[in-house]
Design a binder for this molecule. Sequence first.
Ligand SMILES: Nc1ncnc2c1ncn2[C@@H]1O[C@H](COP(=O)(O)OP(=O)(O)O)[C@@H](O)[C@H]1O
Ligand SMILES: [Mg+2]
Length: 388
Amino acid sequence: MKESEVTDDFESDFANLARLAASGSVEDVRLYLAKLVRKYRTIRPAFSAKLDQSLKSSQTRSSGPSVMRRGPAPADSQPLLPQDQDTRQSLVRVFDDRESLAAPILPEALSKQIDDIVREHQQRAKLEAHGIRPTRSAILVGPPGVGKTLSARYVAARIDKPLWVLDLTTVMSSLLGKTANNLRLVFESAKQGQAVLLLDEVDSIAKRRSDDSDVGELKRLVTAILQEVDNWPDSGLLLAATNHPELIDPALWRRFDAILQFDVSDRDAVALAIRRFLGRDAEQFDPWIGVMASSLMGQSLSDVERSILTMRRNALIHQAEPLRLAVDLALRHAGTMDKVARRDLAISLAREGAMSHNQISELTGVARDTLRKYAGPSPLKGRGHKKD
Ligand SMILES: Nc1ncnc2c1ncn2[C@@H]1O[C@H](COP(=O)(O)OP(=O)(O)O)[C@@H](O)[C@H]1O
Ligand SMILES: [Mg+2]
């Protein structure tokens, strides 16, 4: 290591240590000291020994878990997570799905777009040999609960990195003056920690603009974000998510290399998702998956997941019949369904032969003629009385 590099390192280490000390967390300071002791052991043995001594003397006074006895674990393997300097709350949520994470259920074109970004990063060396940069940033657009965060987790896992989610609504709700600082801190740490960074609800910056007194601060904040996006390294991946693309500053919008458009799923995708969310109960509900898909169509997969999990709980707690539960679930959503979806649901119920056309018609408001037309004659005269 060159002398000038050591000096640079000293400066940034000192600054980090000062920041941790100012935040008042003894444990964090000690973790960091332990890291420095190891770092400087070979290049500055005397200095390292001195740090080690302060570390050991601080330890006897503390009743908390020992940093030394914990071994080399966190400080070495994980970067320190960025914290708000006053509240000491972590500024990011961390997802590490490298062990396993099923691919999100998405339309083919979107899946392919995501897959391409993953491959570009997996084969970055190949691209760079030809002087081409991989897609460095992408903005995920779509309503809540359609799999934006999930997809970001998936991408990060596939390129073997953790995902850090910075929720801009939360950051913005704190004092604006320190938001820019916090933002820089997060970007810096994410770069060092080799994490994929997701700026969630990135439109929340724009929303604050309505309040006149904040305008100056907000401009600075937008500038700070723009600079950070510009300085983001090619080796990293920066993601942003929004359900209000129209609110995003055009200068920021332009800076994203790719736009990933998410929408609510079609019926087939909902059916696939239901099967996945049913897990080990899939078999017992199998005949009713189509009916449930018809009724849940148009909802986000996040809402679909909630409905299915509620139903599975009920199946266990109340020992209820799968048919009963599936029909209940379907009908609970019949009111909010549009005409076409309601007709689909009614026809599916009729085809399953679960109820008489009369009952189906009463529950869904779909005419018996329509049912007969698409599903043949009613198989039942009344509930549970099958015709021969
Ligand atoms: N496309 C999808 N494929 C599979 N599961 C999904 C999908 N969309 C949503 N979910 C389920 O809903 C949960 C919440 O979705 P999330 O990714 O947080 O939505 P968003 O970020 O778009 O608001 C996910 O963790 C997952 O369980
Ligand atoms: Mg999300």
